[in-house]
Design a binder for this molecule. Structure first.
Ligand SMILES: *Cc1c(COP(=O)(O)O)cnc(C)c1O
Length: 224
C-alpha cells in the first residue's frame, strides 16, 4: 500500500502528523525529532529522503549500517546516524567510531566497552539508555527497577554522555503506560531526551513527551 507512494510524500505526511500530534499535546513541533529508520530499506528510498533534506536516521545493525552509510556519509556529511538496535561489546569500537548516537546501552559490560572505545577514538557518541519497560525476557534493555542505578553508573563510573532513554513497548500491549513510565524515569534522573514511538504509535508517544520518534515502515514502506 504505502510502498507505492513516493517516499518524499510520506516524509511530508509523517512530518505533518508529528506537528499535529505536538500541537494536540500543546507542544512545540520543533521539539520533536523524526528519526528515519532506514534498516532493510532500498537505497533509492533512503537517498530520496536524504535529497529531500532529511538528516536524522537510525539503523539497527552495525555491519549493515556501515556498508550502506559509508557511501552516503561523504555525500551527506551532515547526516546524523543513530544505532537503535542491540550492540555487542566486541563491536563497541566500530559503533563508537561510526555512529553519532548509540541508543541501546543497557548493561555495565557494554558501558565499559563504549567508554574504552571512546577514549581510544577521542570522542563519544551521544548515549541513550534502553529500558525494557515491559520486562520482556527476549527484549534488550535495563529493567525499570534497575534503571536509576544503571543511569548513575553509566554517567559516574563510566563518564558516558547519557542524554536520555529509549524504549520499545511490547507489541501486544497498550503503549501509553510504557511511554509514561519511560518519561517518569527520565524526569527523575534529569534526562531530557525520550526516544519512543514507532510507525504504529508515534502520535501517542508524542502525547507522553517523546523528543524523538523512530519511524521506519510508515515512511519507507514494508521492509524488504
Ligand atoms: C525497526 C525499528 C523501528 C521502526 O519500526 P517501524 O514500526 O517500522 O516504524 C524503530 N525502533 C527500533 C529500535 C527498530 O528496530
Amino acid at each position: 500500500m504505502r510502498s507505492l507512494t513516493p517516499v518524499t510524500i510520506e516524509l511530508d505526511a509523517i512530518r505533518s502528523r508529528i506537528a499535529d500530534a505536538a500541537r494536540a499535546a500543546s507542544r512545540d513541533p520543533a521539539t520533536i525529532d523524526l528519526v528515519a529508520i532506514s534498516k532493510q530499506q532500498p537505497e533509492t528510498n533512503v537517498e530520496a529522503v536524504l535529497r529531500a533534506g532529511h538528516r536524522h536516521f537510525g539503523e539497527n545493525r552495525v555491519q549493515e549500517a556501515m556498508a550502506r552509510w559509508s557511501a552516503f556519509k561523504p555525500q551527506f556529511p551532515d547526516a546524523r546516524l543513530r544505532l537503535v538496535g542491540p550492540l555487542q561489546s566486541n563491536k563497541a569500537r566500530e559503533a563508537v567510531a561510526f555512529f553519532d548516537a548509540i541508543d541501546s546501552l543497557d548493561r555495565p559490560k557494554l558501558a565499559a566497552a563504549i567508554a574504552e572505545a571512546a577514549q581510544k577514538e577521542g570522542a563519544c557518541p551521544d548515549i541513550l539508555i534502553q529500558v525494557n519497560t515491559g520486562e520482556e525476557a527476549q527484549k534488550a534493555g535495563v529493567a525499570p527497577a534497575d534503571a536509576d542505578a544503571f543511569i548513575a553508573e553509566a554517567r559516574t563510573t563510566y563518564g558516558l554522555p547519557v542524554k536520555g532513554l529509549m524504549c520499545i513497548p511490547p507489541v501486544a500491549e497498550e503503549p501509553a503506560m510504557h511511554f509514561a513510565l519511560l518519561a517518569k524515569i527520565a524526569a527523575r534522573n534529569g534526562l531530557s531526551e525520550l526516544s519512543m514511538g514507532m510507525s504504529g504509535d508515534f502520535e501517542i508517544a508524542i502525547r507522553f513527551g517523546a523528543t524523538m520518534v523512530r519511524v521506519g515502515s510508515a515512511l519507507f514502506g514494508t521492509r524488504t
